[in-house]
Structure formats: C-alpha cells, structure tokens
Design a protein around this ligand. Structure first.
Ligand code: P5A
Length: 428
C-alpha cells in the first residue's frame, strides 16, 4: 500500500480529550476518529489491526471446532421478553421502534438470538456439543464511555456460544474455550490472567474474566503471586483453576484462602469473559435436546466473549514507549515499511519503489511511505504507528548494494544487502 493515498491523519500533539496512553496514541497515529461519545470511525491503520486480531481469533475458534456465523445487529424485543431480560437489562440497551411500531433493539449480546436459532434447529443428542460464534458490532449505552475504544458504546465483540446435552459436555466446552483464550492472547503478544468473576446480567454460576495487567486498567484483580512464576499462557485448565485469582466483586478478604503477603493486588483490563450458565436461557426459551430415552431436556449452555475492539487499545497499553506504539508483529498494521531516504534522489526513489513492488508480491503487508515529506517526519510517523520493521533506501547504502533495516522493538539499525531483502522479509 502506498501511504500517500491512505487516510492517515497523524497529530503532532496530544489530544486533550484522551486520558490514557492508548487513546492518545490511536488518535495521534491516525487509527480512529470519534463521531459521538463512545462511537468511532476506524481509519485504515486502525482497521488493519482490528482485522488482524479477528484473524487470530478466527483461527483459534476453528482449531476447537467452533463454526462462524453472523447474526444481525438488530434484534426483535420478543426474544428478550421470552428470556425475561427485556426489562431487566435497563438503560444500557438501545431500544428502537421500526415504522410498524415494532420494538427492536441494537444487540448488546446474543444469547437470546442464538438460543432461539438452536431451538429451531432441533439438535439431537448424537451431535452434541454445538459450538458457534460471530464477530459482530454491539451497542451498550454505557453511562461513562471513556478511554477511547476500551470502553465504547459501539464496540466489536467475538461472542461464542456452546450447547451441550449435559453438564459434563458443557464443562468440556468451557475448558476448550478457556484454553483457546490463553492461546489467542499469547499469539497477540500479551498475557491475560484468568480470574474468577461474577456473572452480572449475563448470569450463571461459573465464570472467568481474562485480564491484561496494566496501571490504567478499570478493574481491580487479586492474584496469587505464585501464578506469576508460571508461564500463564501455557497453563492447563485444572492447574490455572487451582490458583487463587479473583475479580474485585468476588474477592472477600475474610474468605481468601491464601495469606495476604502472597496476594498481589493489580489493575487489569478485561479483554475476555467466559460463562457457564447451565439452562438459564434454554429453559426459559424452550431450547431442548432429545436424549436417549426420547425425553426432552433443556440444553446446557455457555457463552464466551472477547472484546476485539477493546483489545486494540489494551495491546497498546501493554506495548508502547516514548516514540509511540510497539505492535507485536502478529497485529501490526503492516509488518514492513519502505522509505526512500531522499525524496529528490531519483535513484533511491526508484530502487525503493522496486523493492516495494517485489515484496508486496509476496503478501500485502508492506507499506511504501511515498509521501512528499522529510525523512525525519516519515520515520517519526512510522515509529508512532509502531511498524515493526523499516527499510530505508538511500544513495550512500545503494553504492554498496545495501539498505538500512530499522527494528522498532530494539531501535537497532543494521545495513543489509539488497539481495537478501526477500529472505529477511519472509522471516518478519
Ligand atoms: C459473553 C459472550 C458477554 O457479553 N455474552 C456473549 C457474554 N460478556 S461481557 O463480559 O459482557 O462482554 C464480553 C467482552 O466484551 C468487551 N466489552 C467491551 N468492549 C468495549 N467497550 C465496551 N463498552 C465493552 N463492554 C464489554 C469486554 O472485553 C468483555 O470481556
């Protein structure tokens, strides 16, 4: 992609409205623009990160046999009347009337809709469990939208649902999502600590939140210090469950099983939340499965959320420095940028162009900074945006058949031969 053609409005100064570093950097690096409180336009650079996160989530959902579908954003009120949540959900739910005065709502979550769908599919106990997810925009009329995309009103969620014939099947599904979540966060370049959590308006009696630990986190979590001696991302379910780790609302100091000196109190950003809620929705909505003796029983359900748009902000909270964002390579808007050191030196501009063409044939993850700006400005923008690798093509290096390779993570610059660029890029 040629940067000169992209909508990439960077800002020199910190925007006043942004209180946390991720919000400031997303605005400054031209990733998002706010439309009204808590509702954003995703500009090309922001959208690429969002899509890459979605890509990793999709691969890990496929790996546990969870199929993608797509439910609409608008839902009929009747479904929520069936489950009993239409009134209890309160002001966070955006209620809408269509031209026929029919009550609709903009979905804050999809338990009702998917339960009705599975009910209508009349599943047999022979092909249990059923696992499905979608990645869809949600709306919650948060009383205090803040921190940019981290607490939005419109936000992108991956929500998955499991349906099983019995409790053992539901618990097995819960465990496979739990493990998939650790994998997803590890591939995103972060550790998200699973903590026991209250279930709130979603309901149920078993639930874990996944928290990226960061000073700016909105939640308080209490975690056994021994947990941190482990590689959390590789823990097995039973071992992870064995550690004491609780969200604020579940932590009661008088009941805590471990001594205070062994307990770490941390701030966390909740990037995922999983629930086992048994038959709460299926019983209310008549979603049943016929078991061996021709009897019908309500399905055992779980739901599994990941805050996809929140993650963009949370990853920046975890990975930045004075120069800007430091994306893990797996989610960077582009893995590589190419810059001609002197825009008026024809030789280096055409060489840079040629390198760009060659490498972009391999995949579309290369950015060509062909803007008519000084090199210092370009490099500062690319650093702010957090592009992991930059090739600087200049007359000096070209004399010896070399270009400069700058690495965002280490800040190192190395001269590398033109002939080896393809090979190098393949390893980024
Ligand atoms: C689980 C899947 C649910 O809604 N129903 C379907 C369940 N859980 S949840 O915890 O309420 O939300 C799941 C994740 O969505 C993110 N999230 C938000 N992100 C940005 N702005 C918001 N206002 C917002 N609210 C929730 C969180 O990451 C949460 O874990």
């Amino acid at each position: 992609m040629r940067l000169s053609q992209l909508l990439f409005p960077t800002l020199r100064d910190d925007p006043k409205e942004a209180q946390v570093v991720s919000h400031r950097l997303m605005l400054r690096a031209g990733m998002i623009r706010q439309n009204v409180a808590g509702i954003y336009t995703w500009l090309p650079m922001g959208l690429r990160v969002l899509r890459k996160i979605e890509g990793i989530v999709r691969e890990e959902m496929a790996a546990i046999g969870c199929g993608e579908l797509l439910m609409p954003t608008l839902q009929p009120a009747e479904l929520w009347q069936e489950s009993g949540r239409y009134d209890s959900y309160g002001k966070e739910m955006l209620r809408i009337k269509d031209r026929h005065e029919r009550d609709l709502l903009y979905g804050p979550t999809n338990e009702e809709m998917i339960t009705a769908l599975v009910r209508d599919c009349k599943p047999s106990y022979r092909d249990m469990p059923k696992l499905a997810y979608h990645i869809q925009w949600k709306f919650r009329d948060e009383i205090r939208p803040r921190f940019g995309v981290m607490r939005g009103r419109e936000f992108l969620m991956k929500d998955a649902y499991s349906f099983a014939a019995d409790k053992a099947g539901a618990e097995a599904a819960y465990e496979s999502f739990f493990m998939a979540y650790l994998k997803i966060f590890s591939r995103l370049g972060v550790t998200a600590v699973p903590v026991r959590a209250a279930t709130g308006p979603i309901g149920g009696d078993l639930s874990h939140e996944f928290h990226i630990l960061a000073e700016t986190g909105e939640s308080q979590v209490y975690v056994d210090k021994a947990y941190f001696a482990e590689n959390v991302n590789e823990l097995m379910f039973t071992k992870a469950k064995g550690y004491y780790a609780a969200a604020d609302e579940l932590h009661d100091p008088s009941q805590c099983p471990i001594p205070p000196e062994q307990l770490a109190t941390k701030r966390g950003i909740e990037v995922g939340h999983i629930f086992y809620f048994g038959t709460k929705y299926s019983a209310a909505m008549g979603a049943t499965v016929t078991v061996a003796n021709a009897q019908s029983v309500p399905l055992e359900m779980g739901a599994y959320g990941i805050g996809v748009s929140r993650l963009v902000g949370a990853l920046i909270e975890a990975h930045h420095d004075a120069g800007g964002i430091r994306w893990p390579v797996s989610v960077a808007p582009y893995r590589l940028a190419i810059v001609a050191a002197k825009p008026d030196d024809e030789d280096s501009v055409s060489k840079a162009e040629q390198i760009y063409r060659n490498l972009s044939q391999l995949d579309g993850d290369v950015l060509f900074d062909d803007r008519p700006e000084r090199m210092g400005t370009k490099l500062a923008d690319l650093e702010l945006l957090g592009i992991p690798h930059v090739f600087v093509v200049g007359p000096k290096g070209l004399e010896n058949g070399m270009v400069d390779w700058k690495e965002r993570a280490s800040g190192k610059t190395t001269a590398v031969p033109l002939a080896g660029l393809e090979h190098l890029y393949a390893h980024f």
